[in-house]
Design a binder for this molecule. Structure first.
Ligand code: SAH
Length: 228
């Protein structure tokens, strides 16, 4: 069973969308598990203080290393990968999601305020991961992105295993356009080739569409695809 732990100040937002549909079903079948840990439970003082002002000045507060460490240590799982969600981290992508899907257990720390005391990162062997070049107010939405992306890669969770193979990024290309009924809608017809029943022709058409879209929209992916 694949297990995720999230360390958060807002435990009430979980499991949220992850408890719906196929993921909810998989959760009740024990195909995966989500443990939600309130960082505040590790605070010792009567005000349950989790943050403090930064040395050297500056606006905002930082999550305290001692509180986070206690929370992490109390919920330690052997060999679990610990990730701090951070705009400073390595950029999350489909390859990294594949890697995480092979881990038994991951722990995700959702930061808040200005971030965390830097010392927690090296003392607990924590990897920093970013979901993109923008700044969120907290790590929770980033944690959803990571867990959602990994879950759909786990065996038995999605209905149709094939659907994963054709997906954007899986072959280094963006997905080709898709159509469903009605065949003509608002005077727009579905491309003829898709009605031909010729699977080889359809395969070629889809690949050429994927290539054209990738070349046009994502020159970075296109360069990599051509090289490989
Ligand atoms: N002062 C920090 C930003 C803090 S934002 C900086 O300049 O780098 C508050 C929290 O939101 C962070 O601790 C982090 O957990 C989360 N967060 C913000 N943007 C993120 C991103 N792009 N990816 C992952 N987590 C992010």
């Amino acid at each position: 069973m694949w297990q995720a732990q999230v360390f958060t100040l807002y435990p009430e937002v979980f499991p949220g969308p992850l408890s719906k549909g196929l993921y909810g079903k998989a959760l009740s079948k024990n195909l995966w598990n989500l443990k939600i840990i309130n960082i505040r439970d590790a605070a010792d003082d009567k005000h349950k203080t989790v943050d403090d002002t930064p040395y050297g000045g500056g606006s905002g507060m930082l999550l305290k290393a001692d509180v986070l460490a206690k929370s992490l240590d109390q919920n330690k799982i052997k060999d679990h990968k610990i990730i701090y969600l951070s705009p400073r981290g390595k950029k999350f992508d489909q390859d990294y999601a594949q890697q995480l899907s092979k881990e038994k257990s991951i722990s995700l720390i959702c930061g808040h305020f200005e971030g965390v005391d830097e010392r927690i990162l090296s003392t607990r062997n924590i990897e920093e991961i970013s979901v993109g070049d923008y700044v969120l107010s907290g790590g929770e939405t980033a944690a959803f992105v990571i867990i959602d992306t990994v879950l759909r890669l786990l065996p038995g969770i999605l209905g149709n295993e094939n659907s994963k193979v054709d997906e954007s990024f899986e072959n280094g290309l963006l997905e080709y356009p898709q159509y469903t009924k009605p065949q003509i809608w608002e005077k727009k017809a579905v491309p003829e080739v898709l009605l031909s029943g010729d699977h080889n022709k359809i395969k070629h058409w889809r690949l050429s569409q994927s290539e054209a879209i990738t070349r046009d929209r994502r020159p970075d992916l296109w360069q990599k695809y051509k090289k490989d």
